[in-house]
Design a protein around this ligand. Structure first.
Ligand code: MG
Length: 251
């Protein structure tokens, strides 16, 4: 190939677009760098929080002071115990759910299994965080306690085993950072795209864009049914699990 002729014709045809030719032909011609710069839109500025504090554009669901953003499953006042900047499950008062409803979001939540070890397996430090009231990310003391892998801490209950066990010990605060994409449905109510979830547990990736098969179920197979936005629900499984520093960013 006459390289210089090729160069000249290239420059004539493409003008400023064409400024050279990579010897590795499969990579294609090089371009004037400015042509591949995108300047609009400019992302909105967000001020990050220090030490897991909420960034400036987050909605704070729990800041340690009160349960004003939460109700019980019947819509009445949430009865969990608030003390020392945390809320703790008050067994038998039932799940609580956020007053606000969400679809796609980033969620930060911190949890702690009781320091006093009681029970084992699914009976030790069990709670759970339900996205849209239907899709459970398991909260459990799985530090040194055996249970079925798709039901341990960090599992998408009975659907997805966490990539690793990133648990800290009972009584220690742990973090979940969740990116959740809601399922989409057609006007006829059939599934268009499944829910997807990514989870970091104590900063470690444990669920990587997992596609949910439907709501997480205890004793049946998951099956989607069309629904709109939903609350974040925290489960009362009879164990005094605590939560703190809960914030969410709608996507
Ligand atoms: Mg649970």
């Amino acid at each position: 190939m006459d390289f210089s002729k090729f160069m000249i014709s290239g420059i004539l045809v493409l003008g400023a677009l064409f400024v050279g030719f990579d010897s590795k032909a499969q990579k294609g011609p090089t371009l004037e760098p400015k042509l591949t710069e995108v300047w609009e839109p400019v992302p909105a500025k967000v001020t990050p929080g220090e030490n897991n504090a909420a960034p400036s554009d987050a909605i704070i669901l729990f800041d340690g002071k009160d349960l004003n953003e939460w109700v019980n499953s019947k819509g009445g006042p949430a009865e969990w115990i608030v003390e020392e900047d945390a809320m703790t499950v008050k067994p038998k008062t039932g799940a609580i759910k956020s007053k606000l409803k969400f679809s796609d979001f980033q969620l930060h939540i911190e949890w702690r299994a009781p320091s006093e070890i009681v029970g084992e397996g699914q009976g030790r430090g069990n709670s759970g965080i339900f996205m849209m009231e239907k899709y459970e990310l398991q909260v459990l003391d799985s530090y040194e306690s055996k249970t079925y892998s798709n039901g341990q801490a960090g599992s998408i209950y009975k659907q997805s085993i966490p990539l690793v066990n990133a648990c800290k010990g009972p009584g220690e605060w742990q973090t979940y950072d969740v990116i959740f994409m809601a399922p989409e449905f057609t006007e006829q109510g059939t599934l268009k795209s499944p829910a997807r979830i990514t989870v970091l547990h104590n900063g470690i990736l444990i669920q990587n864009n997992f596609e949910l098969k439907g709501p997480t179920e205890y004793n049946r197979l998951p099956k989607y049914e069309a629904h709109g936005k939903g609350s974040i629900t925290l489960q009362d499984h009879g164990n005094p699990v605590s939560y703190r520093n809960i914030w969410i960013r709608e996507l």
